[in-house]
Write a protein that binds this ligand. Sequence first.
Ligand SMILES: NC(=O)c1ccc[n+]([C@@H]2O[C@H](COP(=O)([O-])OP(=O)(O)OC[C@H]3O[C@@H](n4cnc5c(N)ncnc54)[C@H](OP(=O)(O)O)[C@@H]3O)[C@@H](O)[C@H]2O)c1
Length: 223
Amino acid sequence: MKSVLIVGASRGIGLEFATQYAANNWNVFATARDEAGLGRLRALGADALMLDVTDPAAPARLAERVAGKDLDLAIINAGTFGPRLAAPDAPAMDDFDAVMHTNVFGPMQMLLPMAQGLKDGGKLAVLSSKMGSKGARTSAGGWVYRASKAAVNSVVKDASIILASRSITCAAFHPGWVKTDMGGADADLTVQESVSSLRHTFLQLAAEHNGGFFDYDGTPIPW
Ligand SMILES: NC(=O)c1ccc[n+]([C@@H]2O[C@H](COP(=O)([O-])OP(=O)(O)OC[C@H]3O[C@@H](n4cnc5c(N)ncnc54)[C@H](OP(=O)(O)O)[C@@H]3O)[C@@H](O)[C@H]2O)c1
């Protein structure tokens, strides 16, 4: 039986990953921040863990649950959009800190325990965003979120260099513009469409994709 870890799976894209992998008979480890989220995951048959990626105690708690589990795939999905400001409107420092802690510090501190749970040759996917791409940028809206996703793309690249020694493929992914609490009702894709396509893309991941940045359908995205 294949196994997957999804960090940040209480709702939206993360919950849909848990739903689809469970439906395909994968062993699912998943995290949420409250009892309601944990309940939704347990209802799918997942091994659910209470975890906030910004909590300094989170890495040890996750390592305790997944180290040595020989996971095939680990996904860091947790993310927040933060203030809907465009350049040059400076964010409040607390708003800036909340976005950076969740979207950058969170992945930085979760990568080691996630890697400890993965088998050699496994795959590590980070949910980034095309909004973090400088090469594809045509707008300055949501600039705190954009900065955070550009930063996490750097984190992914560093992780890919280190994890190559264990033949782990580590890459950043844009899920499309998806109808979730974050994406809103006008988004292009249903959460089912996005996750179904991402799952297919993850299946195709090979060593040559290590350290890359890809759209949900596998198309490379410029940094
Ligand atoms: N939707 C889109 O169009 C879109 C586009 C590009 C990229 N993305 C990225 O895709 C990922 C999922 O997005 P989504 O649309 O599903 O967002 P969402 O509906 O807002 O859900 C966000 C998820 O992240 C979790 N989370 C937030 N802060 C966390 C923390 N500190 N610790 C642990 N979990 C935390 C939330 O848990 P709680 O329920 O506890 O808050 C929730 O499960 C994000 O990284 C997002 O940036 C989304």
